[in-house]
Design a protein. Structure first.
Length: 207
């Protein structure tokens, strides 16, 4: 087995676990699909994938060098990313104060104004994603990889992420899930807001 093939298989194995592990990206895709529908969630996913592509390219071409040259960069990024996730959580919690406990009419829910931007920023402001991706490459890549390996790995990681989000949107966008969501919208929004807030605080204060 060539070093490049071994690297690809290693990335696929690690990334397949990372993609399906619950986190800010999967949470916001699930929440948006059930509350706003698949069309809005799809635009959010495009933003999420754009940020993923940026992190992968960054990881391939310089994250390790940047962190080595400026150790404080990751710490600053953690605070900024944590603050943004906490903001999303607080905003969700605040909006639940203005709604009834049960909201049968989905038309009452305002649409997400900028789904692409929300998806992009949720992913882009999480430096743990960058550190994780960089660690995958450091652990998996040979010392002198072939030039084509970077492009292949980028395509594979984006395809895997897009496939998982598509599965989520298909399953969670079904009418049964949508009706269940609407019957308990406020409580689900409160839980999602609390989780986002927890993610944000943990990210900003982690060592």
């Amino acid at each position: 087995m060539s070093d490049e093939l071994a690297a690809i298989l290693s990335v696929v194995a690690i990334w397949s676990i990372a993609v399906v592990t619950p986190g800010p990206n999967t949470l916001i895709v699930a929440h948006t699909t059930m509350s706003q529908g698949r069309a809005v969630a799809a635009r959010l996913v495009v933003g999420t994938l754009a940020a993923t592509a940026g992190w992968v390219v960054f990881g391939l071409f310089g994250l390790t060098a940047l962190v080595a040259a400026a150790p404080d960069a990751l710490a600053v990024g953690k605070v900024v990313g944590g603050a943004y996730l906490a903001y999303l959580g607080i905003r969700l919690l605040w909006k639940t104060r203005q709604r009834r406990a049960f909201e049968p009419n989905p038309a009452d829910a305002p649409p997400l104004a900028h789904p692409f931007r929300v998806g992009f920023l949720t992913n882009a402001t999480n430096p743990k994603t960058a550190a994780f991706i960089a660690s995958i490459f450091v652990a998996s890549f040979p010392a002198h990889p072939e030039p084509w390996l970077d492009a292949v790995v980028l395509a594979i990681m984006l395809t895997m992420s897009a496939s998982w989000y598509a599965i989520m949107m298909v399953v969670l966008g079904r009418p049964t899930f949508a009706r269940a969501y609407r019957r308990a919208r406020v409580w689900i929004d409160r839980a999602a807001g609390a989780i986002f807030l927890g993610f944000g605080v943990r990210l900003a204060t982690a060592d």
